[in-house]
Design a protein around this ligand. Structure first.
Ligand code: ATP
Ligand code: MG
Length: 363
């Protein structure tokens, strides 16, 4: 009997509701063609609509419901006009990342043929790398406080947390990803000349890990020059690993160098598979274009391909998932070359027309 995969489909808010159906359409076409048993279970919660109805972003048993899934396919959350971002984000997405220990945030950065590149003289192939961001600790904590608030004597302390466990596991993931790639090159983002305790320590953990991967070329770069090189010499990069804050910055800068945020996918991964991993576009709910049917669905569709790629590596995965991943990417490439194109790519196509074109190539 072939194994089936149960996928939670969560649209969320804004253009999440428009791009998710296109992602599902493409995944369903790929599943038919490659004979993969995908079962989608739809959830209305983790959305601001649900919050406005119930006063909570999610039901109390959300974790039990989602723990039964093999993966979560997520649109976008947030509708700041009615629900403040700290409620919508902390009440859904950030809970998933923490409670499901999705400690890797993986973001591919690639320049496609047919996509106008904001950097001069870049051609497809010059930009093709991954940003691996630590997703659970580092600079993003709520440890600290304010003394003498509101007075001239005000003192603010904000702690960062780097555990050996948390650092080693993200480095290990990045080294292994680099090993799976042709160039076998890893850039480690650091700031050991300024952040005097945690960053030299982070460098030391990377050096220790490198001993186990003699075939990987390791290049430690300070975050400031690293940002400049993303723009000036993007061809230098293959896999880039960074702490939570540095990774956050790099993973927005990367897609900005390759044309439009409407293409950028991401995976929030629990590589051990003790909990479901979550796949979502990098972009948010885009209130400015929501409801118009003009959002680019490719970030959502590519995130779906990443999900199949992740499932393909599961120990008991049926055949077909890797082939489906490759076929979806090939279809995305073809549509970017030949059209149709949404507005962010300089065209006039609708979200549905783009989704139909990509799904059509998989039939
Ligand atoms: P968040 O804080 O949730 O990341 P944000 O404020 O960064 O949200 P986004 O929702 O990502 O904003 O939108 C940023 C800009 O990019 C907006 O102008 C939006 O219209 C545009 N944009 C985002 N996603 C898409 C898409 N899929 N297609 C076309 N344009 C998009
Ligand atoms: Mg944003």
């Amino acid at each position: 009997m072939t194994r089936s995969f149960k996928i939670a489909a969560i649209a969320g808010d804004g253009i999440g509701k428009e791009v998710l159906p296109e992602g599902l359409k493409v995944l369903e076409a790929a599943a038919r063609r490659f004979n993969i048993d995908l079962e989608f279970i739809h959830f209305e919660w983790a959305s601001c609509d649900y919050y406005l109805k119930t006063g909570d972003m999610m039901p109390p048993d959300w974790k039990a419901q989602l723990s039964r899934m093999d993966a979560i396919y997520f649109g976008a959350v947030g509708w700041p006009a009615t629900v403040p971002d700290h409620i919508s984000l902390w009440g859904s997405l950030l809970k998933f990342r923490r409670e499901f220990d999705q400690y890797i945030n993986l973001r591919p950065v690639r320049l496609f043929e047919g996509v106008p590149c904001p950097l001069a003289n870049r051609k497809p192939g010059d930009i093709d790398f991954y940003v691996v961001r630590e997703n659970t600790e580092g600079e993003y904590t709520n440890l600290g406080g304010i003394m003498f608030p509101g007075t001239e004597r005000e003192v603010v302390i904000q702690e960062s947390v780097f555990s050996r466990h948390g650092t080693d596991r993200v480095l290990k993931y990045a080294f292994e990803l680099a090993q799976s790639r042709a160039r076998k090159h890893l850039t480690v983002a650091t700031k050991s000349n300024g952040v005097a305790i945690s960053m030299p320590w982070w460098d030391g953990r990377a050096d220790a890990m490198a001993l186990g991967y003699p075939d990987i070329t390791v290049d430690k770069q300070h975050i400031d020059i690293l940002c400049a090189r993303f723009v000036l010499q993007p061809q230098r990069f293959d896999v880039v690993v960074a702490s939570n804050l540095f990774g956050d910055i790099l993973s927005d800068l990367g897609p900005a160098c390759t044309g439009t945020i409407g293409l950028a996918p991401s995976g929030n991964l629990n590589p051990e598979r003790s909990f479901p991993s979550l796949f979502e576009p990098v972009h948010g709910s885009a209130p400015d274009i929501a409801g118009k049917g003009i959002a680019n669905p490719i970030a959502m569709i590519w995130s779906g391909a990443m999900m199949l790629g992740f499932l393909a590596d599961a120990p008991d995965a049926p055949g077909g998932c890797r082939e489906a991943h490759d076929a979806i990417l090939a279809a995305i490439e073809q549509v970017l070359r030949e059209g149709p194109r949404t507005g962010d790519l300089g065209g006039t196509a609708t979200t549905v027309e783009m989704g139909d074109a990509i799904a059509g190539l998989l039939a």
